[in-house]
Design a binder for this molecule. Structure first.
Ligand code: MN
Length: 295
């Protein structure tokens, strides 16, 4: 099942180029009051809710997907956990700029966090600080959506805790010759974590470790890889993250980028495409910079 969030926090099932509006059976959906945590609760309630959702689909209002504004399919995750340096060719292309000493993977150095407030969807897009002299890069990543509370979960049981998957762009601020800045900050501006266009539930995507992934900027292919090339696999990332923190339903794990990262600028359209999930088109804009600002 493909689950999308659209317009004013409505929830729908995506079927081809149509969306079936099932907002009425998802508690808290369609309500714009903060916090937008109804997707976390939907996922937590999924064993009970799934049947109601499937029932509601039969007589749901059908809307062309082109006619809705797609929001992030989880607008309010509790945590965004991210893998550093998870593809060897990406470590090689970073060279001396690699933050990761000697190319250590998550298995040696652990994971890092991105601000949950950085999530965005195709309709809002990515907003870069106007007039910044810094470089802002795209990173194409498979995202895992946690399904059930996970703490100290060994890798051989980790996949039981996965609800589904989505596409994720880990937007990152860089500057030539500079690697000492805090990684979390450089990746946590508002809108620096586009996710979508929807969540595909895990029952429809059996092999997350063998998916073709691609990223395009203005139609030009910049990144192309297979998740089979990950150094630390999805179950091992869950093992590592859950050994430190409780992972909650709706939490997101960004699994790291392959080679081919590059700069984006206002006016660009970034497209990320992952086999078995779909394709998300994200516009890049500039946001007003308000002093004092250092970037
Ligand atoms: Mn990344």
């Amino acid at each position: 099942m493909k689950l999308a969030v659209f317009d004013n926090y409505r929830v729908g099932i995506v079927d081809g180029d149509m969306i079936h509006d099932i907002t009425d059976v998802v508690p808290g959906a369609g309500d714009e009051t903060w916090p937008p945590n109804f997707v976390n609760r939907m996922i937590d309630d999924w064993p009970v809710l799934r049947e109601r959702v499937e029932g509601a689909r039969k007589h749901a209002k059908r809307i062309p997907i082109d006619a809705v504004a797609l929001l992030p399919p989880n607008p309010g995750p509790c945590q965004i956990v991210a893998a550093p340096a998870n593809y060897r060719k990406h470590i090689a292309e970073m060279g001396d700029l690699a933050v990761t000493p000697k190319g250590k993977s998550a298995a040696q150095q652990g994971v890092f966090l991105k601000a949950p407030s950085s999530v965005t969807g195709p309709s809002r897009g990515i907003e870069l600080p106007r007039g910044s002299k810094r470089r802002f890069d795209h990173e194409s990543e498979l995202a895992v959506i946690i399904g059930t509370k996970a703490r100290n979960v060994p890798r051989d049981r980790a996949m039981q805790h996965v609800f589904g998957y989505t596409c994720l762009i880990d937007v990152t601020m860089r500057i030539d010759g500079e690697k000492s800045e805090e990684r979390s900050m450089r990746k946590s501006f508002d809108t620096f974590t586009p996710i979508g266009p929807w969540i595909v539930t895990a029952d429809e995507l059996i092999h997350p470790g063998n998916l073709e992934t691609q990223l395009f900027v203005n139609g030009e292919r910049r990144q192309s890889a297979n998740t089979a090339d990950m150094i630390v696999s999805v179950p091992e990332l869950i093992e590592i993250a859950s050994s430190v923190m409780t992972l909650w339903p709706g939490d997101i794990i960004a699994t790291g980028t392959p080679e081919g990262i590059g700069a984006i600028k206002a006016g660009d359209i970034v497209a990320i495409k992952i086999e078995g999930i779909g394709e998300m088109h994200v516009p890049v804009r500039e946001t007003d910079a308000v002093p004092p600002r250092i970037f």
